[in-house]
Design a protein around this ligand. Structure first.
Ligand code: NAD
Length: 504
């Protein structure tokens, strides 16, 4: 763990019971600009006592927050969405500095989270129960969707705005209180969004933030007063969180790693398809869980490979805040080293390196964690570049003879986050949609992340837990359905003893 001792570097605060406080920990980690290696801040690894204090504040606040009227809850999120809009450019600039993605993409990161906040402002219509009148004589049954208590969120580095905003707005809008554990690699934009949430009127204790890594995450999984855990991150850590939190009796939903295949049929719109593949494969330097990381050319579409290589080569690699940048640095030196190691493994294992981005020259940013677009052809299952999530600007391509073969390949891959098909044939697209065993499908859409009118529905090895983040599914995740069966006696009518299970 890197720790810079200088006292001139700002520290990231914890949020406990409405106060932004300095951690008492002795363990700190640097937040580093990936384009320059400048240390932007120091983030604490919170102590067990601080995690306890955050959970205790959330537990206390739940007593009143759970009874706060829907309208009062909703109005906070109306105000919050306005504040996010007003501060969008500032949050995006912080995000680019700490995460590396381009400024327009950082604004996209904030915007996709903002959409969830807008949806949270609509909580009144989302948290409706149901009622069946006269299920037996004089008997009605109805359901209430009640908040469950203290919920927690653990987030990854790659979307430090969108993913925290997938979590706490909907949990809190449903009447829960929340403890957020942002990524320790880039917590600054998340914290700016948390400040705006407090400014919007979220009461003390309803939203709390602790920073840290393994110990804090384990503390959250084990804490008896936390009722539900939302996690987004790698498959290895998400599986651990799911098992540990479930063992402690919590609800858990874990959205995890991916290998997203895009199928290109020969009848696809060539220019649109190639542009989409370059954008979705290399945007955010490939650090998206929904990045298109494997292109499956069907039949004659394989002849488009050289043009895809040229589009990849044309992308501009530079610091994210520089105008015109397409591909910024990857998050850390360690991430870059891992990506380079995987590229070398691809070469060793016999894939054809069509475009080698291992040593880009980025003027003025010699220390940046840059990897330029890299493209392999002839990739096969069993190669590490196919079997592992690279999470960098590396696109694997391969060719098959038929749509059936492409579908079989994808269905045999353990991951199920996203997939896509490019074609002008409705019949082929419909066949793909029907037969593919992946939770999110794009038809001529390379990154099919649903808007919050729907839920994020990754599947198989990319997801543990039944319910996804945001949308209607997360309302069910963050509430307990209580079913009430009620009879009100009519004066003077006495029912006889009923010894059967039937409602009479
Ligand atoms: P990560 O798993 O390393 O970290 C995620 C969180 O877990 C962080 O808050 C981190 O502090 C914590 N953590 C890390 N190691 C831990 C450990 N050993 N024990 C307990 N907690 C630990 O993930 P990352 O590198 O920050 O993010 C990239 C990953 O996230 C990729 O695999 C990507 O596909 C995935 N992701 C998935 C989705 C999705 O919706 N499916 C969305 C975004 C990112």
């Amino acid at each position: 763990m890197n720790t810079t001792q200088s006292s001139t570097i700002p520290t990231v605060k914890l949020l406990i019971n409405g106060e932004f406080v300095e951690s008492r920990t002795t363990e700190w980690r640097d937040v580093v600009n990936p384009a320059t290696q400048q240390v932007l801040a120091r983030v604490p690894m919170a102590t067990a006592e601080e995690v306890d204090a955050a959970v205790a504040a959330a537990r206390k606040a739940f007593e009143s927050w759970r009874k706060t009227p829907i309208g009062a809850r909703a109005r906070i999120f109306l105000k919050y969405q306005q504040l996010i809009r007003e501060n969008m450019k500032e949050v995006a600039a912080i995000l680019t500095a700490e995460q590396g993605k381009t400024l327009p993409d950082a604004e996209g990161d904030v915007f996709r989270g903002l959409e969830v906040v807008e949806h949270a402002a609509n909580i009144g219509t989302l948290q409706l129960g149901g009622l069946a009148n006269n299920v037996a004589t004089g008997v009605d049954t109805y359901t209430l969707l009640q908040p469950i208590g203290v919920c927690a969120g653990i987030t990854p580095f790659n979307f430090p705005a969108m993913i925290p905003l997938w979590m706490f707005p909907m949990a809190i809008a449903c009447g829960n209180t929340f403890v957020l554990k942002p990524s320790e690699q880039d917590p600054l934009s998340t914290m700016r969004l948390v400040e705006l949430a407090i400014e919007a009127g979220i009461p003390a204790g309803v939203l709390n933030v602790v920073h840290g890594a393994v110990d804090v995450v384990n503390g959250i999984c084990d804490h008896p007063d936390i009722k539900a855990v939302s996690f987004v991150g790698s498959t290895r850590v998400g599986t651990h969180v799911y098992n540990r939190a479930s063992l402690a009796g919590k609800r858990a939903q874990c959205m995890m790693g991916a290998k997203n295949h895009v199928v290109v049929l020969p009848d696809a719109h060539k220019e649109q398809t190639l542009n989409a593949l370059a954008g979705a494969g290399f945007g955010a330097a490939g650090q998206r869980c929904m990045a298109s990381s494997v292109v499956v050319f069907v039949g004659e579409a394989a002849q488009w490979l050289p043009e895809l290589v040229e589009r990849a080569r044309a992308l501009k690699v530079n610091a994210g805040h520089e105008a015109g940048t397409d591909v910024g640095p990857v998050i850390s030196r360690a991430a870059r080293a891992r990506i380079l190691e995987l590229i070398e493994a691809g070469v060793q294992e016999g894939a054809t390196l069509e475009l080698d981005g291992r040593a880009p020259q980025v003027l003025g940013y010699a220390d940046g964690n840059f990897v330029a677009p890299t493209l392999f052809s002839g990739v096969k299952p069993g190669m590490r570049i196919y079997d592992e999530e690279i999470f960098g600007p590396v696109l694997c391509t391969l060719a098959v003879d038929s749509l059936d073969e492409a579908i079989a390949l994808i269905n045999a891959n353990p991951n199920g986050n996203g997939t896509g098909v490019f074609t002008q044939s409705g019949a082929a697209a419909r066949k793909f949609q029907e037969e593919i065993d992946v939770g999110q499908v794009g038809i001529n859409v390379p990154i099919p992340v649903p808007v919050p009118l729907f839920s994020f529905t990754g599947s198989r090895a990319s997801k543990l837990g039944d319910l996804g983040p945001y949308g209607q599914q997360v309302v069910l995740f963050y509430t307990q359905t209580k079913t009430v069966t009620a009879r009100w006696f009519d004066d003077g009518v006495v029912a006889p003893v009923n010894t059967t299970i039937s409602l009479k």
